[in-house]
Design a protein around this ligand. Sequence first.
Ligand SMILES: Nc1ncnc2c1ncn2[C@@H]1O[C@H](COP(=O)(O)OP(=O)(O)OP(=O)(O)O)[C@@H](O)[C@H]1O
Ligand SMILES: [Mg+2]
Length: 313
Amino acid sequence: MIDKQKFEELFNQQFIKDISQEDIDIVLSGQYGKALELLRDAEATGLFPALVGPPGVGKTILCRYFASLRARESKSKNFYWLTMDESIKPSHFIGSFDPAITLKKGFILEAFNPGPLLSAMLEGGTFLANEINRATEYSQNTLLEPLEEASIGIPHLGRIKAQEDFFFICAMNPEELSGTHRLSEALKDRIKVWIKLTYPDKSTELDIIRINLPEHFHIEESELELIYSVIKETRQNKIDVDIPASIRAGIAMAKLLGRRRLLEKEEKVKEKESIYIYLSEIARHVLLGSIKPKPGVKVENVIENIIQKTLGG
Ligand SMILES: Nc1ncnc2c1ncn2[C@@H]1O[C@H](COP(=O)(O)OP(=O)(O)OP(=O)(O)O)[C@@H](O)[C@H]1O
Ligand SMILES: [Mg+2]
C-alpha cells in the first residue's frame, strides 16, 4: 500500500478544490447545446430539472459541465453529487454524527459531518442526485422538503434554510430499464423540467469520440466511420439487443485502434492486419460487456452478426 507521506503529497498535488478548476472536454452540438440551454433556463427560473436517458449518453458530463459554469460565476457554487442505489440512506446525503466525538460530547454541531446535499444547500451550490430512481422511496422522500421548501431538518440539530443559489439536478435511466424503482409521484411533481437525452446524431457522436481520443492517437475518418457503423448497428438491432452500445463503447474501440496505429507507426508491431480483421477483434472485446442481449439470446452470437453485417466478418 502507498505510504502515508507519499499519499499526502500526491493527494495535495492532485486535489481539485472546486469544479471551476476542472477542464471538461465536452461537445455541445446537437442535443447537448439544447439541453444545456434548458438547464440554464431551469436555473434562472428556480425550477429543478431531471436528465433522463439510457446509460452512457452524457447525462453526467453535461451536469458536471453545467456545474462548472456555475462555479466559475461564483466559487461558492460548488458541485456535489451522489450516485444513488438501494443502499443509500438519507444520512449519506444529509450527513451524520461522528461516533467518537458524539460519544464524548453528545449530538452537537461539532460532531456533525455534513453530507453533499446539506453542503450544497448551505453554500448555494449544485447537488446532483445521480440515478435518483435507484434510491428507495424512503430516501426519495427525504428530498421532498429541500425541493419544496428549500429547507431540511437535521436530526438533533434542527432545520436549516438553503442559500438562495442552491440548485438541484437529478439524472436517471428511463424507468423501464431494470434495477430501478419508480420515482415517487410526490418527487416527480417537484421536478419541473424534464430533459431527455438519447444516442446522439452521427456527427455529434463522431465529435465526442474524437474529443475523447488522446492527442497522440490518430485514426482515419474512414476508420471512425466503421466504428460508428458497428455501434449504430447495436442500436438498430432491436430484435436481439436489449441495451445497445453506448458512446463509451465507441470511445473504447477508437482508443484501442488508435493505440494499434501508433504501434504500427513506431514499427513495434510486425504484421499489419486489415482494418476489417483488426476492428472485428476490437469489436468482440469491447461489445462483450457493452451490450445486453434480449433474454435467451447469446451475446457472442449477436456480436458475430453485428460484425458480419458491418465489417463483413
Ligand atoms: N457531449 C459530450 N461531450 C464529450 N464527451 C461526452 C459527451 N457525452 C458523453 N460523453 C462521453 O461519453 C461517456 C459517457 O458519458 P456520461 O458518463 O456522462 O454518461 P451518462 O449518461 O451519465 O451514463 P450513465 O447512465 O451510465 O451514468 C463519457 O466518457 C463522456 O466523457
Ligand atoms: Mg452518469
